[in-house]
Write a protein that binds this ligand. Structure first.
Ligand SMILES: [Zn+2]
Length: 221
């Protein structure tokens, strides 16, 4: 059944594919990006704006930069913490965790949905071979859905259709949907082009390789 869905949308590979995926399902989609003072905000928000404009979907960017001071010593929102190079280990992944980020983003998306008669919000959490962030796990998505059912006079839904997918599965779906993969942004390092070395760049490269899809991304190394 068609529904009005707000997609939590960073302009990255996962959330861009999600935007196309919900649209292909017949949803009336809108996109919400959040500026939370993160290191890679300029490139990421530029990608999000370009993709949303190309699709012709309503896109809002919420300024939450004042929250950066509440997110502790992680490499995304604290300029004094370096973005770790190399594949993620539990220790390096911990340096890239913005605490409870997805609940913050979903809460704002649910407020927008509630205010404008929407039905659902969707976020691009995925599983697979890579260590998931705590707030990308199926139990988190299910708990947020339960909260959404009770947070408004009307029941709302939290959708996480990729929660059991690998990132390679998302690349394959993106190709099927015609997603402009070369425009999406993943790198956490804060440069003008993908660094090719941070854990997120390595995940991105591995996903294309595993999917057997040529990687259109320009990398520094
Ligand atoms: Zn990178």
């Amino acid at each position: 059944m068609p529904q009005r869905t707000i997609v939590v949308f960073s302009g990255g590979l996962d959330s861009t594919t999600l935007l196309y995926h919900q649209r292909a399902a017949g949803d009336e989609v809108r996109a919400l990006s959040v500026d939370y003072g993160h290191r890679h905000r300029a490139a990421e928000l530029a990608a999000a704006r370009a993709i949303a404009a190309d699709l012709g979907v309503e896109h809002r960017v919420l300024d939450l930069r004042s929250l950066a001071g509440f997110f502790g010593a992680n490499s995304l929102t604290d300029a004094t913490v370096e973005v770790p190079d190399g594949a993620y280990s539990p220790a390096t992944m911990a340096l890239t965790v913005v605490p409870n980020r997805n609940m913050v983003l979903l809460a704002v998306a649910l407020a927008w949905a509630s205010a404008e008669g929407g039905d659902a919000v969707a976020f691009g959490a995925h599983g697979g071979a890579y260590t998931p962030y705590p707030d990308c796990r199926p139990e988190f998505a299910a708990a947020m859905h339960a909260a959404a059912m009770a947070c408004d006079a009307r029941p709302l839904a939290v959708l996480a259709p990729f929660v059991a997918w690998s990132k390679a599965d998302i690349v394959r779906r993106a190709v099927a949907l015609g997603v402009p993969l070369g425009t999406t942004w993943s790198c956490y390092a804060g440069g003008d082009i993908h660094c090719g070395r941070c854990g997120t760049c390595l995940d991105r490269r591995a996903a294309f390789a595993e999917a057997g899809v040529p990687d259109p991304t320009g990398y520094v190394t």
